[in-house]
Design a protein around this ligand. Structure first.
Ligand SMILES: [Zn+2]
Length: 263
């Protein structure tokens, strides 16, 4: 038991550090800076940040969301991305039932754990980037698809490759039917990645959850007059959240859904 909690704390801390890197990735993808080996700096005063300013979550809390040097506000995206990555990593770790003793962990278990942690990180980046900039970056989603295809081919799960292809075509059909209003090429690629990751019928649960969430939030935004009817909102964040939910609860949701209908 103690061993397990030590592992959970370790995974949480690793998640915080990865989350901190994802924040830098999100910013550098937009600014065009080198993704690796760039020094983090304040976006306002350009001062290079020290490790004291870069401790995940804590630095933001201690500095009360302001730059130490110029006092300009730092987006709450930073601690939120760090915290959500850490929590998601812990959920993936526990959800996969990863064994606590590293020597007992088979190589395949490690590869699977790595693939799902990677997928979680992809969803975090897509969520934050699409919400902020209204775009799903190719530099993230294309490598994700390649890694997904390699992983599933390695496992011989060819049906998941078909599921990815099917999900991609489904989004292409939506774009064609709606003449490109509301969805874009990024959603096609993200949909394909989700189909690949979750397989059939779990991918269906993920997409279904995304559309339900999207509808609820859109109606909420219209009702509170933050958006007008017909205005577009990015769909990537809903796809990311739906896929994460289906990753953990997809099977359960499908069982429940069909039992409720067939009864
Ligand atoms: Zn500053």
């Amino acid at each position: 038991m103690e061993e397990i909690s030590l592992f959970v704390v370790t995974v949480f801390v690793v998640g915080l550090l990865v989350g901190s890197f994802l924040n830098a990735l999100i910013y550098r993808l937009k600014s065009g800076e080198k993704i690796l080996f760039s020094r983090s700096h304040c976006l306002k005063c350009n001062r290079v940040l020290t490790w004291l300013d870069l401790i995940p979550v804590f630095s933001w809390l201690i500095l009360r969301g302001r730059c130490r040097y110029c006092c300009s506000p730092i987006s709450i995206q930073y601690p939120l991305v760090e915290l959500s990555t850490a929590l998601l990593f812990v959920f993936v770790f526990i959800g996969l039932g990863a064994k606590p003793a590293p020597i007992a962990v088979e190589i395949m278990d490690l590869v699977t754990l790595g693939f799902y942690l990677f997928s979680a990180a992809v969803f975090i980046v897509v969520f934050a980037y699409d919400l902020r900039y209204g775009l799903i970056p190719d530099k993230v989603i294309l490598p994700a698809i390649v890694i997904g295809v390699l992983y599933k081919s390695f496992l011989g799960r060819w049906e998941d490759l078909l599921s990815g292809l099917g999900a991609g075509l489904f989004f292409l059909a939506i774009i064609w039917l709606t003449k490109g209003k509301g969805m874009g090429g990024g959603d096609v690629k993200l949909g394909a990645f989700i189909g690949l990751l979750l397989g059939w019928p779990n991918a269906l649960a993920g997409l279904y959850l995304s559309f339900v969430l999207g509808a609820i939030v859109s109606l909420g935004l219209i009702a509170t007059r933050r958006k007008k009817f017909g205005q577009t909102i990015p769909f990537g964040p809903f796809l990311a959240v739906g896929a994460i939910m289906a990753m953990f609860y997809g099977n359960w949701l499908i069982d429940w859904y069909f039992n409720a209908i067939l009864r």
